[in-house]
Design a protein around this ligand. Structure first.
Ligand SMILES: [Fe+2]
Length: 275
């Protein structure tokens, strides 16, 4: 396995501010909807709301399901939008993405699809937890090797790990059939590295904040529709799209906040039984 080269992030400061946006579920035709929602419009609205805060992100972190229809059209349109961001964007795939197609269209500076971001005090390790044609995830052997390789190579850097699938139960039985299959091994591995301070993920379309042996575990809302917490079966939540700010401090602390739009996406079919 050839390691992806590390890059010096543009953000070389003592405080790193990350905009975490996830699960856009963009269609190939931007006029198409999903569960009644025009996912292109809700993505644009969510991004606009985040940028209107004038918090100046050092980087944007996109944790998968960027596409609902993993096509050239979808990724090229997204590339155009991400290229116009005021910061670099780092992408990893979700179960609805096509990782190879995604990389081929998106991985052009200032957009990156790589496993490692090296900053002044921190490293961010981006993992691919997808299994082809499967909604659940797994940390495959090559990704586990990659994770440990970066942790060992930069032992003095605090580490934030990003992936699509949730490594702890969300509390919704239907959703938890689709979590990271070998999450215990993943968390145990991270537990061996005290500089590993957080894991950030998408997939669950809701806010989740918990801890595992001092490791912050942070799930974030989708930019389109949200899943209702603590449900046995699929259920949508009547709550607006959102995004997460993550601040990485020089002393290893993580501060974070989820913000949401003021209104639900137009057309949201809250009674939908699935997609
Ligand atoms: Fe999703």
């Amino acid at each position: 396995m050839t390691p992806t080269p590390a890059v010096e992030g543009d953000a070389a400061g003592d405080l790193i501010r990350i905009l975490h946006i996830t699960d856009f579920h963009l269609r190939s035709d931007p006029g198409e909807t999903l569960l009644g929602v025009n996912t292109q419009q809700s993505f644009e609205a969510t991004l606009a709301a985040a940028l209107a805060e004038n918090l100046t992100p050092d980087l944007a972190l996109l944790t998968g399901d960027l596409a609902q229809d993993a096509t050239r059209n979808t990724y090229e349109r997204l590339k155009g939008r991400l290229t116009a961001l005021p910061c670099p964007a780092y992408c990893l795939p979700g179960n609805h993405d096509d990782p190879v197609l995604m990389n081929s269209h998106l991985a052009h500076s200032p957009i990156f699809c790589q496993s490692h971001i090296r900053l002044k005090h921190w490293q961010i390790i981006c993992l691919d937890s997808t299994i082809p044609h499967s909604p659940y995830g797994r940390l495959a052997d090559d990704q586990r090797v990659l994770l440990e390789q970066w942790l060992k190579e930069y032992p003095d850097y605090f580490a934030l790990v990003a992936l699509h699938h949730h490594p702890v139960p969300s509390g919704s039985a239907w959703m938890d059939t689709m979590q990271l299959e070998n999450s215990e091994a993943f968390l145990e591995l991270l537990g061996n590295y005290p500089k590993a301070r957080g894991v950030v993920f998408g997939h669950i379309h809701q806010t989740l904040e918990t801890e595992y042996r001092g490791l912050r575990l942070l799930g974030s809302p989708s930019t389109c529709f949200q899943f209702k917490p603590h449900q046995a079966q699929f259920a949508l939540d009547a709550i607006p799209p959102g995004y997460r700010w993550i601040e990485l401090h020089a002393d290893g602390r993580i501060t974070t906040q989820v913000n949401r739009l003021d209104t639900l996406p137009a057309g949201l079919d809250v009674e939908s039984g699935g997609y």
